[in-house]
Design a binder for this molecule. Sequence first.
Ligand SMILES: [Cu+2]
Length: 249
Amino acid sequence: MTKTLKNALLGFVLAGLPGLAWAAPAATKKNDYAIDPAVGWDHLWNELLIDIMVIGVVFGIAAIYMLIKYRATSPDQVGSGPKFSNAQAWAWALIPAAIFMADDFFLSAKGWTLWNVYRRVPDNALEVKLMARQWQWEFDYGQGVVTNELTVPVGRPVVLRMTAEDVIHSFFMPGYRVKEDVMPGRVTYIWFLPNKPGKVVALCTEFCGTAHADMFTDVIAVPEAEFNAWLASKAKKADASPVPANRNS
Ligand SMILES: [Cu+2]
């Protein structure tokens, strides 16, 4: 093997390794994923960015180096490539591919693990039914409590069982890293963990008619005691008037 070939091969290996090394520490965060998949999605996203950045920088430097070192010194110069045996040619094709595929599979496997955690709703989740229609969201807590904003208790997982009255919508809460289609004739679900008090936006991300852009609402996380008091007062009001005031059909 020529010296240039050895150096180049070493370059490939070095380009691949940082990606694997950066990806490794995430395994220790496994427990966080089970508690709150949003933590896992953020972690995976950062990992991918670092991965792509490291590989991009290494290849960028290698490309610039070769452009300068092997540039033509006269207009009519004809270059010559290294002569490869069959084994060398196969090695050039397969080794770099294997290194990058290993990194890709590793990250994909982590994505799948996280997805499986995300699809398993925790036993203690608060269940709220969500009805989507042109162009509003309607949250049903049971006991006659129906609202157009989603109020949730901090520290307890919330699962939304979702369906639609008319067309396909998509319920998206960027703040909690969850999104799922909502359609007539099927019940889909998402769950999330409100981990601190505050307000985030929920919006429709499936074009569903002329007022699609107006189809957004607030998701308000409040301390559990405050949530219980809120729900109790709403239930009391619902008891007094059997048809919820904001139900429009
Ligand atoms: Cu919609």
